[in-house]
Design a protein around this ligand. Structure first.
Ligand code: NIG
Ligand code: FE
Length: 427
């Protein structure tokens, strides 16, 4: 078989080989490290992973791209499995309010927060949203991210804006190297005009919006912001049950700020992930473990909300729940595309080991999107999504925080990012 791309002499090859499902505590320890590793790809797929040289049945010729992994750490492409990628505007105006002690929910209740992004997203054209999201995707790719989840939710009762967001994500998925998985999140805030009758909006989501999103095949998942003053447990349950009937996978913004019982609901409904979980109860965590719900933790949001509260990651792991880690990239509670920074937060603040962190942003991130068979590890027949870090080991990437350690990114077997090409060399 002929190789189109080979990475050889890899000092520290982190394969994450093993089962293609979300891994829990003990299974997160072995990340499949190969020293002096070598990888061969043919077209979009990985055809060989091993140590030393290539076996004789893999041919290399003058058309094969050869990359050198000396001094490098190589991992599967990173997966950011929770973002609000497509949106208009930004919310730096909230910084002053935050510094004066206004909380996220106070800003939202006063008609700001998500509502101000709804306005900006409504006003933006398809092309404006596309260009803005593309810029973010380029940044994510440069940080080693090769698969991203993207939620709607900045149209809410303006359904055409919800559809516009999902169509931008669909087009970017076609045009951009990064793969995008879409989630419908019309239930992201109670629209101001439904303030006194939120159930009427829930009815509209169930009766009008969900059937249309499903018919147009615009979203693989459905998500709800289940929170005090936003969607209640009962409303969230009704929406997600309806989404399930349309064949969508289920996700839930659960117990982000107040302990409403979101973790319990995610377990009851067999959600694929429950996200945030900062205020999740012991009971909720146990029920998630029983049902195999993945905890998608977002420490960048805790950092940015400045409440000093982070999800109890060690407790969650020790109860037997698998963890994924994501940015939550959005203009309000986490305006950053930098998943490497989130990896450092997860380790330094939530006390996850480097092995747990890398598992959470690769194979567990893949499982959080139902893509465990395709991506998330470096193994034969998997998609050729690979990151070459200019770092001697994984600990170094997490410890030397806040900067970008990526040297090169390979997506679907092609070299799509090279940090050296971004600097103008005029001495
Ligand atoms: O995950 N919590 C709801 N959604 C986002 C924030 C969105 C926004 O503030 O615009 C989150 O934190
Ligand atoms: Fe979110």
């Amino acid at each position: 078989m002929k190789a189109t791309l080979v990475i050889k002499n890899i000092d520290n090859l982190i394969t994450l080989r093993g089962e293609n499902k979300a891994r829990t505590l003990d299974d997160m320890k072995d990340i499949g490290i190969i020293n002096n590793g070598i990888i061969a790809l043919s077209g979009e797929k990985i055809i060989y992973v091993g140590e030393g040289d290539l076996p004789s049945h893999i041919e290399v010729d003058e058309n094969t791209t050869i990359l050198d992994g000396k001094g490098k750490t190589v991992t599967p492409g990173l997966i950011d499995s929770h973002t609000h990628l497509v949106h208009g505007g930004s919310r730096e105006n909230e910084l002053a309010m935050k510094l004066k002690g206004k909380s996220y929910l106070e800003i939202l209740a006063a008609g700001g927060g998500i509502h101000s992004t709804v306005k900006a997203t409504k006003e933006a054209t398809f092309d404006e949203l596309y260009e803005k999201a593309k810029k973010s995707l380029d940044i994510m790719l440069s940080y080693g991210v090769t698969t991203v989840e993207a939620k709607s939710g900045y149209g809410i009762d303006d359904f055409s804006t919800e559809i516009k967001q999902l169509e931008v994500a669909k087009k970017l998925n076609e045009d951009h190297p990064v793969d995008i998985v879409s989630t419908f999140m019309g239930a992201h805030a109670i629209p101001v005009r439904y303030k006194n009758n939120p159930d009427a909006f829930v009815d509209i989501i169930i009766e009008d919006m969900l059937p249309k999103v499903a018919e147009k095949n615009l979203a693989k998942f459905c998500d709800v912001f289940c929170e005090e003053g936003v969607f209640s447990i009962d409303q969230s349950r009704r929406i997600l049950q309806a989404a399930k009937e349309h064949g969508m996978g289920l996700k839930l913004h659960a117990d982000e700020i107040e302990p409403l019982g979101g973790a319990e609901l995610a377990a009851e409904l067999n959600c694929i992930t429950a996200d945030h979980l900062i205020a999740a109860s012991d009971k909720g965590i146990k029920e998630m473990a029983k049902k195999g719900v993945i905890a998608n933790l977002l420490p960048g949001t805790s950092f940015n909300l400045q409440t000093g509260k982070f999800a109890r990651a060690r407790k969650i792991l020790e109860e037997g729940v698998a963890i994924a880690l994501s940015t939550d990239y959005n203009p309000g509670s986490c305006p950053t595309e930098n998943l490497q920074l989130i990896m450092s937060f997860a380790s330094l603040i939530m006390k996850l080991t480097p092995e747990e962190v890398i598992t959470a942003v690769t194979i567990n991130g893949a499982a959080a999107l139902g893509l465990g068979e395709k991506v998330g590890s470096i193994e034969v027949d998997k998609q050729g999504d690979i990151v070459i870090f200019d770092a001697p080991n994984l600990e170094y990437i997490i410890y030397h925080f806040g900067i970008n350690h990526v040297d090169k990114v390979i997506k679907n077997g092609k070299l799509v990012y090279d940090s050296k090409l971004t600097r103008i060399n005029n001495n």
